[in-house]
Design a protein around this ligand. Sequence first.
Ligand code: COI
Length: 356
Amino acid sequence: FSPVSRNATLSDTYSGTVEELADIDWDNLGFGLVPADYMYVMKCGRGGSFSKGELQRFGNIELNPSAGVLNYGQGLFEGLKAYRKEDGNILLFRPEENALRMRQGAERMCMPAPTVEQFVDAVKATVLANKRWIPPAGKGSLYIRPLLMGSGAVLGLAPAPEYTFLIYVSPVGNYFKEGIAPIHLFVEHELHRATPGGTGGVKTIGNYAAVLKAQSAAKAKGYSDVLYLDCVHKKYLEEVSSCNIFVVKGNVISTPAIKGTILPGITRKSIIDVARSQGFQVEERLVSVDELLAADEVFVTGTAVVVSPVGSITYLGKRLSYGDGGVGVVSQQLYSVLTRLQMGLLKDDMDWIVEL
Ligand code: COI
């Protein structure tokens, strides 16, 4: 598609939805930015509360070179998805959980944050303004990326005097290039993602820059991503660069407990509830890397990755394989229940779905 003709009929401020679907190849969505029409922008000055936001045309933003986010990494992000149902209705999955997580992260990063209501209203407005970019049912989802950043100028190290909350969106398909096929993980032994007392438990932007070195090295060797161990004992599983991890043994599903160094994933939390509702015993605890040896299945969860099966994990030169190249039965079952809920194909007994 051409950005020029795509934008030709749109006004600078949002004035109502364009109903027809955007003209892109919906069958080949990956996880890359496809610029949509509008972004939501809301500012907060020294007073500490956010004023009314507005929808603006999606595009570059202007920042002072001395902005807190650029100089000292004072920034957070979130990720959630909107799905289009067969009947055309639009569904969000637990958006208030993202709002709450952003508020917790903002407290850690010394930033003011939108209220839950402001956050959810902004998400809804952004999704509706970009409705034509929500993939047809079954072809993917609209990934929603809220950002909170110290946009005011600072020079000495201090919280910024002004903050910007921004939401942009992009239609997406599968996160890993493997699609829904199992991914291959490399256990990183030297570099660490998070430290006790650090910021590993909040979704601050720097956590993600910090994993790029190990991730790039692993990808260069053909792995899909990196699995991190705790930095104290170098023994307990933490998380993968962009997702949480679960280990299946018989009817028991174990996942590292949230203790400040692991991101409290909303998909993680949802999968725990889904698994329990399906009769599994779920344990949140320290999970030793040795337990990977005896596991029947391993899978990862996240908004972007959804539920992705793990086909192999390489640890200290040894490759442990799971399944025979296919998707494990437990991973498949949990993936299926979660995504059917998210797409409005199962009754929402948990009250997780927000319909627009
Ligand atoms: C998400 O799953 O939404 C994330 O924030 C992970 C990101 C690295 C894509």
